[in-house]
Design a protein around this ligand. Structure first.
Ligand SMILES: Nc1ncnc2c1ncn2[C@@H]1O[C@H](COP(=O)(O)OP(=O)(O)O)[C@@H](O)[C@H]1O
Ligand SMILES: [Mg+2]
Length: 352
């Protein structure tokens, strides 16, 4: 039987370059080295900026699959490696806000105020403790009522999109986020619909467990409906495998099945099940800041790097024509028409 210490060392070494092994012959030394790599992100090559602002909706109507964990940790990783990120918490539970150390008690200016039109997004955007490049729009429990309150409101599906568009237009080019990540609640209600209308891309976290694919068809058909009627630019761009337990065959089987089905949409990096990931939010932190050397932390850095590299290869914005049967398109131009680093175009009449 293999020595358990040896097994641990080889599993810890799995994501190190081949040359690194000789110098780091104990698990603690290797973990310390990995921590250094995350902590000193500033000294390493920054992630490439996307060719256009990426508004990514993180959705899966199943709860507990890693939506919030992935939004937070990908957001922190992108920001530690030099990109500007805005996380929009759209779940009344406010878990993303908690993990980013942003207050979200009742009365805190939050995404709810922006959705009901009582505040601009700038007024409800808060700094985070994780990184100066990472800002967060928190969610308070008030948001639970928004699904009902918004029902009678004009253009109820477009509220978040309008708020984000107005915000991006207002910001000087050098302050515009490269990434806007929207964390959805575990349902396909009006809040998730707002997120799908606001986004250009959908990132679906899939937990490497039995039943993982259950309900996915419903999510995909909803995305198709949104694409046909409300947001012709939306598409699933990324699948992230989460909570992979390397000790079980099942985890590999689910991962294989997902890769067979979704092909290149699936990121090569897989997030392992790692207790440090689940402990971090309890300290108001991401796993990258809580335990930078953990496998949870480094796997999120790897996934974020892949996301960024794919983003850098994105072609510039090309307008997508709505289907002939589509409802009237949103009044403002698509978000990714705004090119990073250029000055803001004067808003057209359509913007108002
Ligand atoms: N890679 C992981 N390893 C261990 N626990 C995890 C991991 N990812 C998420 N968790 C935990 O699983 C639970 C559900 O994750 P969460 O991101 O809140 O899911 P969702 O937002 O989809 O409901 C949380 O308690 C979280 O801390
Ligand atoms: Mg969540």
């Amino acid at each position: 039987m293999t020595d358990p210490g040896e097994r641990l060392r080889s599993s810890l070494a799995a994501d190190l370059p081949p040359s690194a092994g000789a110098e780091f012959d104990s698990p603690i030394a290797m973990e310390a080295m990995r921590a250094t790599r995350v902590l000193h992100a500033d000294d390493q090559d920054p992630f490439p900026a996307p060719g256009r602002i990426r508004v990514i909706t993180v959705a899966n109507q199943k709860g507990g699959v890693g939506k919030t964990t992935s939004t937070v940790n990908l957001g922190v990783a992108l920001s530690l490696f030099g990109l500007r990120v805005l996380v929009v918490d759209l779940d009344p539970q406010g878990n993303a806000s908690t993990a980013l150390g942003v207050e979200h008690t009742v009365g805190t200016p939050s995404v709810y105020d922006a959705l009901v039109g009582e505040a601009t997004l700038a007024e409800v955007t808060h700094p985070t403790t994780a990184s100066p490049h990472l800002r967060c729009v928190p969610a308070t429990i008030d948001l639970a009522g928004a699904e009902i309150e918004l029902v009678s409101v004009v253009a109820r599906e477009h509220r978040l999109r309008r708020a984000i568009e107005a915000h991006l237009h207002e910001l000087p080019a050098e302050e515009r986020p490269h990434y806007v990540l929207i964390d959805c609640p575990p349902s396909l209600g009006l809040l998730t619909l707002n997120a799908l209308v606001a986004g250009d891309e959908v990132l679906i976290p899939i937990q490497c467990e039995y039943y993982a694919l259950e309900g996915l068809g419903q999510l995909l058909s909803n995305i198709e409906l949104v694409r046909a009627h409300l947001n012709p630019g939306i598409a699933v761009s990324t699948i992230l495998l989460t909570m992979h337990d390397g000790r079980t065959k099942l985890a590999d089987q689910v991962a294989d099945e997902v890769r067979n089905h979704f092909g290149e949409l699936v990121l090569t990096s897989v997030i392992p099940r790692n207790v440090r990931v689940s402990e971090a939010p309890g300290y108001g932190q991401s796993v990258l800041t809580y335990d930078p050397g953990s496998r949870g932390s480094t796997s999120y850095v790897d996934a974020a790097r892949e996301l960024a590299v794919r983003g850098a290869a994105l072609p510039p914005f090309v307008p997508v024509q709505p289907a002939p049967t589509a409802a009237p398109p949103p009044a403002a131009p698509p978000l990714n028409a705004l090119v990073l680093g250029q000055s803001v175009a004067t808003p057209t009449q359509e913007d108002s």
